[in-house]
Design a protein around this ligand. Structure first.
Ligand code: AP5
Length: 214
């Protein structure tokens, strides 16, 4: 199965992609995570994109398409994948179609997580992750079971993303509405789009997605 998880910043794409990875053996391909790895490593690509990401703007299409096409080719993605944060513009969607066509593959589904913009600011500014294993949490909606200790690995240090400030979230939401939301009608025309209520709690969103896929 090949899926796109679609929605604005904070909609829950990453949270749900991780759950689908376990439930359906779908590799999560997150362009945001790939870019953050490049920035952390200080690579040439990371240096190019750091300021763009911290300003909440979209990275140029050509850089993104180069980066993701290699990952779709990797052996671990052959059984299936969920795309988290890609495509984000019409040119990126056309490139994805061309990449898949070239391999005789198709996208099976696009799952849209419908959410309210204002709630996304609270979701994103409350997000943090374990510095050791990367497990994701939220101060209010998904806290650690024991305060200050990661549920998954017992780590006691946590990180926040550089672009998770209220000001940058608003810039990211604007980029979503200006450049990414037009993809909704693109996918609707293909007949593979399903809309899910992303304002429900995390377990309920997972249940809705699984019902849609099963
Ligand atoms: P990226 O990393 O893709 O960020 P994003 O799209 O802004 O999305 P987020 O990761 O912030 O949110 P999410 O939907 O995954 O939500 P999450 O599950 O974490 O992109 C970052 C930057 O990289 C971009 O701004 C751009 O510069 C660049 N970039 C990346 N891809 C690009 C591309 N294709 N083209 C150009 N540039 C690109 O959830 C958020 C929080 O809410 C968590 O704490 C979670 O616990 C909580 N939560 C989740 N679901 C729920 C729920 N149902 N109820 C309550 N809380 C919830």
């Amino acid at each position: 199965m090949r899926l796109v998880l679609f929605g604005p910043p904070g909609a829950g794409k990453g949270t749900q992609a991780k759950r689908l990875e376990e439930a359906y053996d779908l590799v999560q391909l997150s362009t945001g995570d790939m870019l953050r790895t490049e920035v952390a490593s200080g690579s040439a690509l990371g240096i190019k994109v750091k300021d763009i990401m911290e300003a909440g703007k979209l990275v140029p299409d050509a850089l993104i398409v180069d980066m993701i096409s290699g990952r779709i080719d990797e052996a671990e993605a052959r059984a299936g994948f969920s795309l988290d944060g890609f495509p984000r513009t019409i040119p990126q969607a056309l490139s994805l179609d061309a990449i898949l066509d070239g391999k005789g593959l198709k996208l099976n589904r696009v799952i849209e997580l419908r959410v309210d913009d204002e709630a996304m600011v609270e979701r994103i500014t409350g997000r943090f992750s374990c510095a050791s294993c990367g497990d994701n949490y939220h101060e209010k909606f998904h806290p650690t079971t024991v305060a200050g200790i990661c549920d998954a690995c017992g780590g006691a240090r946590f990180d926040r993303r550089a672009d998770d400030t209220a000001e940058t979230v608003r810039a990211r939401l604007k980029a979503y509405h200006d450049q990414t939301a037009p993809l909704i009608s693109y996918f609707e025309k293909k007949g593979i789009m399903m809309s899910i209520d992303g304002m429900a709690d995390i377990d309920d969103v997972t249940r809705q997605i699984r019902e849609a896929l099963d």
